[in-house]
Design a protein around this ligand. Structure first.
Ligand SMILES: NC(=O)c1ccc[n+]([C@@H]2O[C@H](COP(=O)([O-])OP(=O)(O)OC[C@H]3O[C@@H](n4cnc5c(N)ncnc54)[C@H](OP(=O)(O)O)[C@@H]3O)[C@@H](O)[C@H]2O)c1
Length: 302
């Protein structure tokens, strides 16, 4: 049965904005509702129904807001990640048919990461919670995309630090890992709603391409020359990061996330590979770099 009425939570966020754009552009003419916190100053395009809920996402208020909704997409910030249990309980109470948990990152969550990064423990437990609810009428779809490409370059997540123009290359910067633009992640969410059977109760892995630190650095240096490079071995580098986090230095948390795939990974050929199933085409590395250079303008002014 086709889904008609879609509710997006976190529509003003990094992944929420392009998701809302693709929902509104879908040929399936979805009725789109946005849920935003009462304290939020976020603004949304005309024609979108906006419902404000208390900042603590109280289950009874969410249940009210979810009446008549087929699909709820959780695109919450890391800070709001733990509220998903209430969101799922409200989905069950309001007989919502499908929930998209706040994933949009790593598919594999190693035990050491679950122990050191609470956010990932929550993602992991929310997956289990949704699986435990299978058969109640609430289905789920998890979209994983490894690294957000544009944000990864801009934020230093890929270990390219703009302020000092310094790159820390792991294992020569050669290993290739999966990257995805925000636009492609958002499109995959909407295609999953358009194809409910193909996306039911499963993780789908979506990507644009595999890239490496070195490929990115070469592209960056063409426009912004003069980068200093430090070469490190990924094993000891990651162990140092884990130790720092164990000693309370949370500024190293990003390293741990990058470290889970810095030695290389791939999606294509795996059973959960989603681009083909969903009909999501890939952007090229150079198209994605163009999207990044647009972000770079704002990096300059921040
Ligand atoms: N793969 C990657 O490289 C990568 C990178 C970054 C993030 N992610 C993942 O993508 C998902 C979404 O992240 P995002 O960056 O799109 O989120 P975000 O922009 O930080 O926030 C999304 C929305 O969450 C809502 N929200 C709920 N509780 C909040 C709170 N306590 N503080 C602030 N905002 C709150 C806000 O909506 P309202 O103001 O409308 O209420 C906000 O606009 C997360 O799972 C995150 O882990 C992945």
């Amino acid at each position: 049965m086709a889904f008609k009425s879609i509710c997006l939570i976190g529509a003003s966020g990094n992944i929420g904005v392009p998701t809302l754009k693709h929902l509104l552009a879908s040929e399936q003419n979805f009725k789109v509702t946005v849920i935003s916190r009462e304290s939020s100053t976020a603004k949304f395009p005309d024609g979108v129904t906006v419902k404000r809920v208390p900042d603590d996402y109280a289950v009874d208020k969410l249940t009210e807001a979810f009446q008549g909704i087929d699909v709820v997409i959780g695109a919450l910030s890391m800070m709001g990640m733990g509220e998903q249990y209430k969101i799922i309980d409200a989905c069950l109470a309001a007989k919502v048919k499908r929930y998209f948990p706040t994933e949009f990152g790593l598919d594999e969550l190693p035990d050491w990461l679950l122990q050191l990064r609470e956010m990932f423990k929550i993602k992991h437990d929310v997956r289990d919670y949704l699986i435990s609810k299978e058969g109640t009428g609430l289905e789920w779809t998890s979209i994983c995309c490894n690294a957000f490409f544009e944000m990864g370059i801009a934020s230093g997540f890929f270990q390219l630090f703009w302020k000092d123009k310094k790159a820390v290359l792991l294992d020569g910067g050669e290993p290739k890992w999966v990257a995805c633009t925000l636009d492609t992640v958002a499109l995959a969410i909407v295609k999953s709603i358009e194809k409910p059977e193909a996306s039911k109760n499963r993780i789908l892995l979506v990507e644009d391409f595999r890239t490496s630190q070195k490929e990115i650095l070469v592209a960056v240096q063409k426009k912004v020359p003069g980068w200093e490079v430090e070469n490190v071995e990924s094993g000891p580098w990651l162990e140092k990061g884990k130790e720092a986090v164990r000693n309370g230095d949370n500024s190293q948390l990003g390293k741990l996330t990058f470290g889970t795939f810095a030695q290389g990974n791939h999606y294509e050929g795996r059973p959960e590979y989603g681009n083909d199933v969903l009909g999501v085409s890939k952007k090229s590395f150079s198209e994605a770099m163009d999207l990044f250079w647009k972000d770079y303008q704002s990096l300059q002014t921040s």
